[in-house]
Every structure is written in C-alpha cells, then in structure tokens.
Design a protein around this ligand. Structure first.
Ligand code: AHR
Length: 517
C-alpha cells in the first residue's frame, strides 16, 4: 500500500497554464497533413486546417503554440508564407530528413488562424541563422503594428486588418547546435542585436503608450548535455551582464528523454527493462530544471545594477520549449520522427507535466515536442483518419491543474525492485476554485496499487478519470477501437479525511474532491 498526505490549504505557487504548451514545426508530416490539408481537401477542414485535430486541440485549451520550429525556424523566411498561395515560393525541406518540396501554403496567417481557433497565444521563433535582423523586425512589424504602415497595410491586404498581437518572440533555436554552433558569448552578442532592434511598441517608457507586450525568449541550453548546459547558462548570463543589458523575458531550455541506447527497443515492442529505463529517463528533467533555475538566478544576481533614470530590474522566466520521448528512429514510419505513442509515453508525459507542476515556481512555460505526427505527439494522422494518442488523454485529464495552486504533498511508497530506482507511484495535487485535484501515476507494470490519501480535513469525492492499459505496449491505432482511453475511475472509499483508492497497474489517474458541505 502507498500513502499520500495532502495539506488542503494551498500555500504553493500557481500552475501557469502555459506549462501545457504545444509545438508544431515543418518537420515530417507535422504540419502538412498533420494540420494543414488545404481548403480543397476532402478531409474536413476549417479554411485548410484539419478539423478533427483543431477541434481536439481546442478541447485541451493550449495556452501557447510555438512555430515554425525548432531547427526549421533557422531556415524559414516568413515572407515566403504570406500573400496569394499560388504566388508563394516552393522550397525544399530537408529538415531532419523531411525531404520534400513544400508549398509554403501554411504561413503566418494560417498559423495565426490556427491559434485563434484553438485559443492559444502564438510563439514565433525567428530565423537567426539564415535570416537577418531586418527580416525579424519586419515580421514583428507585420504581425503587431497597429498603424497605417506599409507592412501593416500588407497584413490587412492579406486578410487581417487588426494586428495579431504576437507576444512571444523566440530569438534563434538551439544556437549551440544546428542554430549556428555558437558559443554562449557569441550567441549573447547576436541576441543583443536582435533584442535591441525588435520594436517594443512602447514598453512602458514614460512618453509612449504600450500597445503590445513583447516578450523576448533567448536560447537556453541543451538540457541533455550535463557539462555544456551549465557552461552555456553561466557564460550567457555573464556576457549579458556586461555593459547595458538587452531586453530578455524568457530563457528556453530543451530536453529530450532519449531512448536510443538499445537498438532492440522499438516504440511499440520493448522489454520490461526498457519500460522502466524510459520512465526513469524522464526524471532527469527535474534535476535539470532545478539546476538551470538556480544558474539563471545566480547569473541575474551577479549582474551589475543598472544606472540612471530608466534602470530596470531583470526577471527571466525559465521555459522548456521542447520536451518529450525520442525513441529509435523507425525507418518504416510514414514520415520522419513519426512515433507511435504507447501507455509508456503517456506515463512519461504525465510524470513530465507533474515535474513542471511541482516546479511551477521555477518554470513558467513548456511546449511538448511535438503536437502532431512528430515524436511525443498528441495526434497521429493517416489520410482521413486521426488517432488521439494516450498522450492526448493525459493532457486532457491534467487540465484540472492549470491555474491551480500547488498543494503540499508527501508520499510514502515502495521503491520498485530493479536497477532503475523508481517508486511504485507518483502523485501531485493542486487546488482551484475549492476543488482539490489529485493525480496518481502507477508506474508498475505488474500490480495494481492500493493508495490511501490522507487529507487534513473531511472531503467529498467529486469525480475521477483513469487512463490505463492491459499491456505495456498498448496504443491507439488507425481503424481500430481505442485501447488506451479515459474511463471513469471507481469511487474511492472515504473514511473521515481518508480516501482509499486502487489504482490500476501502468496507469495515470486524476481524482477530484471538495470540502464537505
Ligand atoms: O523537435 C524536433 C527537433 O528537435 C527540433 O527541430 C529541434 O529544435 C530539436 O533538436
């Protein structure tokens, strides 16, 4: 039996809904086919945007959506993706082996339309590698200027008279690798140029009226490189602190749970050891977040105080702009980096979202890589068919935590036998609008677990959902009945302030309670 002790008076930080953010890129079939099918497609669509994906994405209320990459951002020229579709240049997309001629049919307006339909704030990542500072400035002007400038008029001619008011602008992508192989110092200096050139639309200066809040996001480290990531962050903030520092609001760390060490591990065929190894791998991000948060704070603290009338304080949010399981490449997959998604992926997705929830005072935004047809997806598409993956259901169930206040929780549970040092169950709890939401993840593939939740007051049960699978390799497949789907959870047995629940093996569940009337 495991025990979870929860204090129901929330004193913790609030979970930023942007921690459940999404990411789409011109990679494999992530956009063309996954999201964009075109207005003339026989696949139901909203002005070319795949209806089933849009509707299901909207249902999980993504607060933020990042585009056009990823690595692709560093080859993307936004002007190719505006204006009449027939006039848009065709380009060759070799991103990660995508290897196809793409049409530029999906561009800024189509992306903004998608964001409007699903209710997400756009995060645009600018091209720092093959683009120019002027190209970036023009993109910001085109999207956000609310005045009769030539660029704003062009936006109007292309169908959107009101500014898009894009708030989040990412400056470069993975600049330590494909984004330029920069040193942290060199990147910081390039960043200064972009950050200084981007119009801030007032930005609170006394003689202007701010019309738009622009948040600049700098490239954070490769979370998978323990030594380099420390050096990158130290060096970047040191460099940024020299002389006058540029605007910066966010710092974008990337982390993938690599599963490439065992060639026999296939996405849907793997051993019990591989189940636990991959789940264990997801926890590394927790240490990376703690480490990087501390390094960012130290970097900021070490910066000299600004002098003069307009001196400001600096606050930089830690962001995880890309995360997810990255399994061995399947050469038979319909497109590059297309991965099936089993209950194993759903478990690591739940545990990762819980890492963000637990550290919601340290990390403010995170985007899963990626939403559709690439890596740790919520959706897989094939022709007319769309599958909602087990990951989708985790995002759906975990919505209860968004905007909630983290609750203090202690866990008494056994450690699973084996080399991977995992606990049997993991849990997280939050409180919002008098509702207390507790999720429990049972990582054991062998046994259901009896869990006793001890609250500090009497509560009544409101409802619960569970996502479980009979087999550890279960997934949802095209043309077949869904195997991994949300079901109503059995009602817990309540005795005073205790609730007893049996959680199925290899499952994610969410239970909601409220104070007894
Ligand atoms: O998400 C796939 C790729 O992984 C992204 O393009 C890149 O930023 C990262 O290396």
């Amino acid at each position: 039996m495991s025990k979870i002790n929860i204090r129901t008076m929330g004193t913790g930080a609030v979970i930023n809904p942007a921690l459940h953010g999404q990411f789409i890129e011109f990679l494999g079939s992530g956009i063309y086919e996954g999201i964009w099918v075109g207005e003339d497609s026989t696949i139901p669509n909203y002005d070319g945007l795949r209806k089933d994906v849009v509707d299901a994405l909207k249902a999980v209320h993504p607060a933020v959506l990042r585009w056009p990459g990823g690595c692709f951002a560093d080859t993307y020229h936004w002007r190719n993706g505006i204006g009449p579709k027939s006039d848009r240049p065709q380009y060759y997309n070799a991103n990660f082996g995508t290897e196809r001629v793409e049409s530029n049919e999906f561009g800024t307006h189509e992306f903004m339309h998608l964001c409007e339909l699903v209710g997400a704030e756009p995060w645009l990542n600018v091209n720092m590698l093959s683009g120019t500072v002027q190209e970036t400035v023009d993109w910001v002007e085109y999207c956000d200027r609310d005045a009769a400038t030539t660029l704003a008029k062009e936006r109007e001619k292309n169908g959107h008279s009101k500014p898009f008011n894009v708030e989040y602008w990412g400056i470069g992508n993975e600049s330590w690798a494909g984004g330029g192989n920069y040193t942290a110092q060199a990147y910081a200096n390039e960043y200064r140029k972009y950050a200084s050139a981007i119009p801030l639309f007032g930005d609170g200066l006394p003689w202007t009226t701010p019309s738009q809040d622009i948040q600049l996001i700098a490239v954070g480290p490769d979370g998978n490189k323990p030594k380099e990531r420390v050096e990158w962050t130290k060096d970047f903030f040191k460099e940024l602190g020299q002389y006058r520092r540029p605007k910066i609001q966010g710092y974008d760390l990337h982390f993938y749970n690599w599963n490439l060490s065992d060639a026999t591990d296939k996405v849907t065929e793997f051993s019990e050891d591989a189940w636990y190894r991959v789940i264990h791998g997801a926890f590394e991000l927790e240490d990376v977040i703690k480490e990087q948060y501390d390094l960012v704070q130290q970097g900021i603290k070490a910066m000299p105080k600004e002098e003069g009338t307009f001196a400001t304080d600096i606050k930089v949010d830690l962001i995880v702009g890309e995360w997810g399981n990255w399994h061995n490449i399947d050469l038979e997959a319909p497109s590059i980096l297309w991965q099936q998604c089993t209950i194993r992926d759903a478990i690591t997705t739940a545990l990762t979202l819980d890492i963000f929830h637990r550290h919601c005072d340290k990390v403010q935004m995170a985007c899963v890589a990626q939403s559709v047809n690439v890596l740790n997806s919520l959706f897989l598409t094939k022709g007319k068919e769309t599958v909602l993956t087990p990951n989708y259901y985790v995002f759906s169930m975990y919505q209860v935590h968004k905007g909630g206040q983290k609750l203090d929780l202690t866990l008494e549970t056994n450690t699973l036998i084996g080399e991977h040092e995992l606990k049997k169950v993991y849990s997280f709890a939050s409180k919002k609008d008098e509702l207390i939401s507790v999720n429990i993840v049972n990582v054991s593939i062998e046994a259901n677990e009896l869990v006793e939740i001890n609250f500090d007051q009497e509560l009544e049960f409101v409802g619960g959902q569970v996502l479980a699978a009979d087999e550890m390799t279960d997934y949802n497949d095209f043309g077949k009945e869904e195997k991994v789907v949300i079901k109503a959870a059995a009602k817990p047995v309540l005795h005073g302030s205790k609730a007893s629940i049996t959680v199925p093996k290899s499952s994610v569940s969410v239970y909601q309670f409220k104070v007894k009337a």
